[in-house]
Design a protein around this ligand. Sequence first.
Ligand code: CIZ
Ligand code: SF4
Length: 302
Amino acid sequence: MEKLVGEIKELCKEKDAVILAHYYVDGALQEIADYVGDSYYLAKVAKKNTHKTIVFCGVTFMGESASILNPDKTVLVPAMDAVCPMALMVDPDTIAQMRAKYDDLAVVCYINSMADIKALSDVCVTSSNALKIVKSLPNKNIFFIPDGNLGRFVKETVTDKNVILNPGYCHVHTSITAEMVEKALEEHPDSEILVHPECKQDVCDIADYIGSTKEIIEHARDSKYKSFIICTETGVLHELQKVAPDKEFYFVGAKQVCPNMKKLTLEKVRDCLLNNGPVTKVPDEVREKALKPLDRMLELAM
Ligand code: CIZ
Ligand code: SF4
């Protein structure tokens, strides 16, 4: 492994490359990355960095977003087949039908979506800024795509809007059931239950805290509790153990591992640097349209 890490570091220097990694990828990749974080943070980093090449360790919509924000840079995606299924769970016809129905509709698109869908949207959000952005919109009618669970969380919190939901979901987060969480709590009493808003309603209902990956990590670090039941993808454990080494973290089910995030490996990172590919590239006419909601997110979330 050390040899591989050395090769990657050398190649990064040679190619003027920066490595960005999402909290859900394997710990070994988070270790070699120059920046680790959630989609919002990584989008900001992608926008302001000055390297010629970006290596994006995450599912493909993340590399695609980095490329939309940086058309002049080469964005390498080590695993082209690491596709988030939720990102495909809305179709353009449904968006057109909603627009025809409501004059003042804002299409709010979770960043977990592909460029063609972003191009049809008014603003992008991530789980760490969705509430703030939806609250700040002048529109009463909001079509929240593609995640129906994050949409429901927004709808319950921002009660003065008419938030229309789409039936998309993340199979990793919805694999967690309230029974699993309750069983974990019996085994580890005196734990706080920290839940990602992509989880189902009954799991959110028993949460002590609901937040994005970054918010869960910060909450666990700052909490007076010493033990936590974590309801999101297991990759966050790497950062949780860094920021709170004396605390204990428990996961509740075997399906809390995202198979697509785990397609990213050190070998694939090395190979994409060696081969200068695969590269993610969005056609210009889609890119220009998809850039607007991403830029609007960066502006409204500040
Ligand atoms: O926004 C992100 O990066 C995702 C996919 C989850 C989270 O809560 O950070
Ligand atoms: Fe998609 Fe869920 Fe995997 Fe995130 S954890 S990439 S939302 S399937």
